[in-house]
Design a protein around this ligand. Structure first.
Ligand code: SAM
Length: 214
């Protein structure tokens, strides 16, 4: 049912888009895992970026660039997405996908472990999308806030993990990382955040949405 509802709205509100569907085909052909955001979440990211008039967006976790295409399409011609990716193979696939989708000139891929590359980036960014390894989400949040302008949006994906986040006995590193993120958000006066639970083709999950305080 969740998948059918996703499909129903994707057909009406997302539609056919060659750049995006070609990117998913190329990802599958290259053997990348199908862990991109759903079309509905991709479009939400796009609309959020437009609604804050984003000119510079930071992404942590590129994969094949599916979410990056959505974000880049929200930018003016002189805007920029900086996207951090640890895997050279994912970055290569993403570069081809971004160029094919016509947004390559607006995207800089920063290769390497994000914990090592984020300290060298220059802000300010108008929006940050965090979607890489979940273990380091609390550290990514800290960098996201440091690199953001007041009023910037910070979105962190996969913060529900099928409900495992509330199972204290679950010591999976991604779940522990997600709980650390929640505690970091609760303790940090530099950001005001909420959480949205989602059910979709990719299961039961959710994302955090925060605004960086002035
Ligand atoms: N945002 C992408 C999308 O929706 O199309 C999906 C990103 S996927 C969930 C996570 C990506 O983060 C993978 O490509 C993975 O290689 C990358 N990643 C994992 N650990 C990382 C790290 N320490 N630094 C940077 N990227 C990392």
């Amino acid at each position: 049912m969740w998948s059918r509802v996703d499909e129903f709205y994707a057909q009406r509100l997302v539609g056919d888009d060659e750049g995006l569907s070609e990117a998913l085909r190329a990802n599958a052909a290259a053997g990348l895992p199908p862990i991109d955001v759903t079309p509905a979440l991709g479009k939400l990211l796009h609309l959020l970026a437009r609604s804050v008039g984003a000119r510079r967006i930071l992404e942590v976790g590129t994969l094949g660039g599916y979410s990056t295409i959505w974000l880049a399409r929200a930018l003016p011609a002189d805007g920029e997405v900086v996207t951090c990716e640890v895997s050279p193979r994912h970055a290569d696939v993403a570069r081809a996908n971004l160029d094919r989708a016509g947004v390559g000139a607006r995207v800089r891929i920063v290769l390497g472990p994000a914990l090592e590359t984020l300290p060298d980036l220059q802000g300010p960014f108008d929006m940050v999308f965090v979607d890489a390894d979940k273990v380091s989400n609390a550290e990514y949040l800290d960098h996201a806030i440091r690199l953001s302008r007041p009023g910037a949006l910070v979105i962190v994906d996969n913060v529900v993990r099928g409900g495992r986040v509330v199972d204290d006995a679950d010591d999976d590193p991604a779940v522990v990382g997600t709980r650390r993120l929640a505690d970091a958000l609760a303790a940090d006066p530099r950001i005001s955040a909420t959480m949205v639970q989602t059910v979709a083709a990719k299961g039961y999950d959710g994302f955090v949405l925060g605004v960086v305080e002035g």
